[in-house]
Structures are given as structure tokens and as C-alpha cells.
Ligand binder design. Sequence first.
Ligand code: NAD
Length: 260
Amino acid sequence: MSVKDKVALVTGAASGIGEQCARKLAALGASVVIADLNLKAAESVAESIRKEGGKALPVSMDVTSEEAVNAGIQQAVDRLGSIDVLVSNAGIQIVNPIEDYAFSDWKKMLAIHLDGAFLTTKAAVRHMYAAGNGGSIIYMGSVHSHEASKLKAAYVTAKHGLLGLARVVAKEGGSRGVRANVVCPGFVRTPLVDRQIPEQAIALGISEADVVKNVMLKETVDGEFTTVEDVANTVAFLAGFESSALTGQSIIVSHGWSMH
Ligand code: NAD
């Protein structure tokens, strides 16, 4: 099982989970495309990977824009020759009870998580099918692909939606060796989660320590956060898996919070 000499494009790779996925895939010998809205941060991640001996190309990409996605993926193929692995990871969080959830925020959430997954998949599979070498598509789901939490109507809806998309892509791509799976992390300390802790404390009327202990980690087997390394290792396993035995699945990496 190997991603050596493969080309892997990771969206939202300038920070958090996506960054660690890119670092891990590069360490395993893949050429990685650091696709992110924040080009400056993407450039700095790419430079740091190159300093460690890896191959990395920063690309500016807003995953909600069809033009930007197509241009970024074309740029990757032109520069690196193919696209073998897509990690659709870019995401944000907006928490609010549904009666106060702004429609514009709902649309923004679905655009980044679902339009982004659709647009990057559509562009990537065209190259994968044309090259005839198969491929691996990995969606960054969440425990919220399987469970619900208060304040997260849009996030839970979007993350559940990714399961459906992955299953369709698995069926359509099966005869051409293109696999599609979802990785579902529990809470990971990234900027996305660090921002949520004070927001949830205010919305739920509890302390920040209680948000961590009694909301985020309450259902885990050991009260531990999942790490970016845990998630990146799972992504690397799926990226390098060599047959379609493992497709259309979701793997939950959450210290036992969810056991589907
Ligand atoms: P993060 O905030 O650290 O990183 C997200 C990255 O996505 C940033 O670099 C940001 O610039 C980029 N991004 C945002 N909007 C974008 C857009 N429109 N186009 C391109 N890039 C964009 O967040 P993270 O915690 O690493 O989250 C990454 C993914 O993991 C998200 O899909 C998130 O839902 C998922 N996830 C996170 C956790 C967690 O606890 N942190 C748990 C489960 C799932």
C-alpha cells in the first residue's frame, strides 16, 4: 500500500487537519497540492514541506467557486502530471440555535462543505478517469456525519450529506478503480475548534472547561481529543489502499465517541 510518487490534492491544507494530511502524504512520498483560500498560509506550508525534502505545490482555491476549483485542479495536473488522491477537507464551523441561524450562514456552510466536495470531486474524477489509473477520494466528514449536536444544524446536515456523496462516487467510480470514503474525526484541537469553545460556552450558558469536558469529550472512552496525526494517518491509509474492497465507507476516528 503506497502513495509514493502519487499526486494528492488536499483542500483546506493551509491549517489544522488538512495541513497534517498534506504533511503525512508528502512524508510518504506523494507530491502534495496545498489548496486553500489562504494562499499565503498555503505557500508557507508548502515551503516547510519542501524544506523537509517533500514535494509541495501551493494553489489558491475557493472550493465554493467552480472556476477556482477547475483552475486549481488544472494547475496541479499541468505542473505535476496527474491527480491520484483528492482529500476534500476545507471546512468552517458556524454554531447557533436553529431559530437564530442566519439563512446566509446556512448557505455558506453548505457551499463550503457540500458544493466544495461536489466541485472538487467533479473536476478530479474527470482527470482520474482520463488517466485510467484509478484514484482515491477522501471526504473529511465528522462524528457529526453520524451523530447530532445542538447548535450545529448546518454542519450536521452537511457532514451527513458527505456520506451520500461518497457512496454515489464509490458506485460510479468502481469500474474505473476510483474509490471514495469518508473520515469522521471527533474533536481535534485546531483553530476551528478553538474558536468554538468560547462561542459554545456563551450559547449554552456554561464555562469553557465544561464545554470541553461535558460537551466535546463527554462521550469519548477516555476524555481525550483526537489529534491531527490520528486523522492524517487514517487518510493516508485510505489514500494508499490498493483495491476497491474499501470504498463507500466511513471510518470514525473519535476515541469511541461514536461507534457506528
Ligand atoms: P481549520 O480552521 O484549522 O482549517 C480549515 C482550512 O480550510 C483553513 O486553512 C481555511 O483557510 C480553509 N478554508 C476555509 N474555507 C475555504 C474555502 N472556501 N476554500 C478553500 N479553503 C477554505 O479547520 P480544521 O479543524 O482543520 O477542519 C478541517 C476539516 O475537518 C473541516 O471540514 C472540518 O469540518 C473537519 N473536522 C474538524 C474537526 C475538528 O474537531 N477540528 C472534527 C471533525 C471534522
